[in-house]
Design a protein around this ligand. Structure first.
Ligand code: UD1
Length: 455
């Protein structure tokens, strides 16, 4: 069994501490090249998909991040043999000996991840039952997985809530279903895909998410023998088949990591070439990047990002694809603190994604968060009750501070803010950044960042 990656390893083995606290001397541009691998948001799902095959799968361009390590060990507790492939970043996943795992084992390996929920469909097909551990009140209340459970019930699964978690069974097997998602949730769309491909009959999914990572998961499933068609207006049709085989696939690049480095170049007034970044999946980001004063050059093997002049304020609304992704707003906000004028970021996807701005304000930024949103502006999608807005007034020089990372993208933004700021910052709890950024410390070093790992 593989042990979970040590966070400091995934961050890029720099010596000096446990990899949890950085001392950063800011005020210098980040310049150089970083390469991005496969998207976290595809790789972890493609790994789960391997459970559906009756032969081994091979996945290329797998990043060395802790979310991948979590899914790897969850697969292993279910009897999937996971081995490193011949090429760097390749995994071979052999599901021929899949077996039930104990709730405690699943719980121990799940960490804070929501990935166990995506094991349900494949495990119901393979074993007739599945467990989701109770990951704790705020992490797995009914709400964040209600679309998933409703969909699974429509496929014929019996959902039983126990004190220790949720048990699912499918006494009569799973059958195709007509599902209309209340919101185009990425996870719930993946749940339906991973369940429908081997269910009896046809499944029609309405209001599906159509993120590029979902299209790549569809490509993976098609390679396995699934029959999936994508219709206009967010409708996906899946014709169930009896058997699927293993796949070989190179994961789509991580557009979230690419956008993060682009914003880092913008914030620190540097120049970063992101190897492996592609234009198509980043069209919406590139438009906003340009409007805010960024300059980019799309090349055969990646995209070069830097400022094209003074930074300008922008109004952004996060949205499902093809809109501006919620994961892109936090690093961009760091850059917007340096733009002249008032920028507005409407967050429509998650209810609580501006917590990281407190630390930026501590460093001298002027960001006002409106927890119930702002009424101005026309929404592309109907207003959601959870909408929030941040108003960023710039330019504000940032100065070093002692700050603690709250979450993955917020944490990345804190590090970039500290690199933008004059003086020294202490940034705590940076280990969480290893969930989504491979060799983070090495990449920062390669870009000329001046920092020490102190704890
Ligand atoms: C995925 C991505 C994340 C991205 C997000 C939106 C992964 C590992 N993560 O997260 O990076 O920011 O899509 O693009 O792929 N919701 C419910 N009930 C449910 C499911 C979702 O109410 O059963 C709500 C959520 O609370 C949230 C919204 O739907 O407000 C969107 O969530 P969803 O699209 O499911 O995000 P994830 O798949 O978790």
């Amino acid at each position: 069994m593989t042990t979970l990656l040590n966070d400091s390893v995934a961050l890029g083995g720099r010596k000096g501490g446990s990899g949890e606290t950085l001392q950063i001397r800011g005020g210098h541009p980040l310049s150089g090249t970083v390469d991005v691998k496969g998207a976290k948001n595809l790789v972890t799902k493609a790994m789960v998909a391997s459970l559906l095959g009756d032969t081994a799968s091979i996945l290329h361009d797998v990043p060395d991040i802790s979310d991948v390590a979590v899914v790897r060990s969850l697969l292993e507790v279910h009897g999937v043999r996971v081995q490193d492939g011949d090429a760097e970043g390749s995994l071979v996943l052999d599901p021929r000996d899949v077996e039930s795992a104990h709730m405690e084992e699943i719980d121990a390996h799940a960490g804070a991840s929501r990935i166990p929920i995506l094991f349900c469909g494949p495990l119901l097909h393979r074993l007739g039952q599945a467990f989701i551990p109770d990951l704790g009140g705020c992490r797995i209340g009914d709400r964040p997985i209600d679309f998933h459970l409703d969909a699974l019930r429509k496929f014929g699964a019996v959902v039983e809530k126990l004190p220790s978690g949720i048990r699912l069974s499918a006494p009569g097997g799973l059958h195709g279903a007509n599902i209309h998602l209340p919101y185009p949730s990425v996870g719930a769309t993946e749940q339906v895909l991973l369940t429908a491909v081997r269910s009896r009959g046809v499944t029609e999914l309405k209001n599906a998410a159509i993120e590029p990572e979902i299209m790549d998961l569809i490509a993976v499933l098609q390679k396995m023998g699934a029959i999936i068609s994508y219709e206009p207006n967010r409708v996906i049709l899946i014709e169930g088949v009896d058997d699927l085989r293993g796949y070989e696939h190179r994961a789509i690049f991580d557009r979230n990591e690419a956008a993060s480095w682009a914003s880092a170049a913008l914030a620190t007034d540097g120049e970063i070439f992101v190897g492996g970044a592609k234009q198509q999946e980043m069209l919406t980001f590139l438009n906003i990047f340009r409007k805010s004063g960024g300059w980019f050059d799309v090349r055969e093997d990646g995209i070069l990002f830097r400022r094209g002049g003074d930074l300008r304020p922008v109004v952004v609304e996060t949205d499902v694809h093809p809109g501006f992704m919620t994961d892109w707003q936090q690093p961009l906000i760091v850059a917007l603190t340096q733009a002249t004028g008032e920028s507005i970021v409407h967050e429509t996807v998650y209810e609580n994604r501006f917590g990281f701005t407190d630390a930026l304000n501590k460093m001298g930024a002027k960001i006002a968060v409106h927890p119930h949103g702002l009424q101005n502006g026309v929404r592309r999608v109907p207003r959601r009750t959870l909408e929030q807005a941040a108003v960023i007034t710039g330019p504000t020089p940032l100065t070093g501070a002692d700050i603690t990372v709250p979450d993955l993208r917020g944490g990345y933004s804190h590090v970039i803010a500290a690199l933008t700021a004059e003086g020294t910052s202490t940034v705590r709890n940076v280990g969480i950044i290893s969930r989504g950024y491979e060799k983070f410390f090495d990449k920062l070093t390669g870009l000329g960042a001046d920092f020490d790992v102190v704890g």
